[in-house]
Design a protein around this ligand. Structure first.
Ligand SMILES: *Cc1c(COP(=O)(O)O)cnc(C)c1O
Length: 392
């Protein structure tokens, strides 16, 4: 028998990847599966980004790069944050490029959390946050929200959850899994509480460009120098440019914290893949082209979002918010009299429709559906889901 560490014993495997694996196994066995589990865009990476990485590969960018990232890319990221996110005077030295936004989040947490510290995690949360906090020796303190709250916490709820051990709050707008977006005013109020109590903010903005219905994205670090001094902003290339497999995440933080993150990375992963970083550099250097590609994806996402939303709300027992970001809907199924795990399991077994149960997001009674899938699958999936629900 092996004696596993407390880290291994405490960590739960990702439930989103588990659903995906089961759906893929069914597909491989020849079943026609309607998959709503995907956490990635179903488009290819824009061609000019691929070409830039290919050129870098050919030009010999196949060796180690500085741990914190290729200097030209760090500069381009700093410029983007000043130009596009209104962050005050960001320098390249405040930027760290990591192998994926997920690793950026983990290093951000590791850089400010010590054993015994508490981290406020609003639920529904991205599955990895509580696990990452535990892997840093911290304790996640979950604040629950419901669809009536728009899945958003208030400054009062935030303040009530603070105690002497609280060091960090994790915000994720637009949200995975709910698609909810905080307005500028809402974020400013939360940032004020964080400043007042000297609590760091991890702002995960990986979906910052996936917005609908005229919604706007705001970075907490843009509100004031004081806000920038307590905020670690994470984003990346995965969702915006359909580059999930490239593994490129970004972190922008106050100089001292960025330096700590770079040190942590230098002793763990080292640099993100060198030639991949040149693809990302092209995405930033040819910004108008990149934004055109994003606009193209958004048109498809928006059409599918509205179709899925309408179909879900037409089913008795399912209620869904019109959320304005990312590529997820997060309907409530509480009144169907079954927990989400059981619901998702039966739905996949009986109708071959894959959804992710809310439990993994700290939200039993809900489920996550990704609309990063084809119109045909959405139509067929809704028919099967409706049949399933009417026979419960
Ligand atoms: C996808 C995702 C990330 C980062 O993904 P990477 O593939 O590691 O770049 C970070 N946060 C949230 C909420 C996500 O959904």
């Amino acid at each position: 028998m092996h004696k596993l560490s407390i880290w291994s014993r405490n960590v739960s495997p990702s439930p989103t990847l588990a659903v995906d694996a089961k759906a893929k196994a069914l597909k491989a066995a020849g079943e026609s599966v309607c998959g709503f589990g995907a956490g990635e865009p179903d488009f290819d990476t824009p061609e000019f980004i691929k070409l830039a990485a290919e050129k870098a590969l050919r030009d010999g960018m196949t060796k180690y790069a500085p741990a914190a990232g290729v200097p030209a890319l760090r500069s381009a990221i700093a410029e983007k944050y000043v130009r596009d996110n209104n962050l005050p005077g960001i320098e390249a030295s405040q930027v760290v490029v990591s192998p994926g936004g997920k690793f950026s989040c983990y290093l951000a947490i590791l850089s400010v959390i010590s054993p015994g510290d508490e981290v406020i995690v609003p639920a529904p949360y991205w599955v990895s946050y509580p696990e990452m906090v535990k892997l840093a020796g911290g304790t996640p303190r979950v604040i629950t929200t419901e669809m009536e709250d728009g899945f958003k916490i208030t400054p009062d709820l935030f303040e009530e959850a603070i105690n002497s051990k609280t060091r960090l709050i994790i915000l994720n707008s637009p949200s995975n899994p709910t698609g909810a977006i905080y307005t500028k005013e809402e974020l400013e109020a939360l940032v004020s509480v964080a400043i007042k109590h000297n609590i760091y903010i991890l702002s995960d903005e990986i979906y910052e460009y996936l917005l609908y219905d005229g919604a706007e994205h705001h970075s907490p670090a843009s509100f004031s120098q004081e806000a920038a001094d307590i905020t670690l902003t994470v984003a990346g290339f995965s969702k915006t440019f359909s580059m999930t497999g490239w593994r490129l995440g970004t972190l922008v933080a106050p100089p001292e914290i960025a330096k700590a993150v770079a040190s942590l990375q230098s002793q763990t992963s080292s640099n993100a893949t060198t030639f991949a970083q040149y693809g990302a550099l092209a995405a930033l250097q040819e910004w108008d082209r990149s934004m055109d590609a994003v606009k193209g994806m958004l048109q498809h996402f928006d059409r599918r979002r509205l179709k899925l939303l309408e179909g879900l709300n037409a089913i008795d027992g399912i209620e869904c918010n019109r959320s304005e970001g990312a590529f997820y809907l997060f309907p409530r199924i509480k009144s169907l009299g079954m927990n989400s795990m059981e619901f998702a399991d039966k739905l996949l077994d009986e109708k071959k429709v894959a959804v992710v149960p809310g439990e993994g997001f700290g939200a039993p009674g809900y489920m996550r559906l990704s609309y990063a899938t084809s119109d045909e699958i959405i139509t067929e999936g809704l028919t099967r889901l409706s049949d399933f629900c009417s026979n419960l």
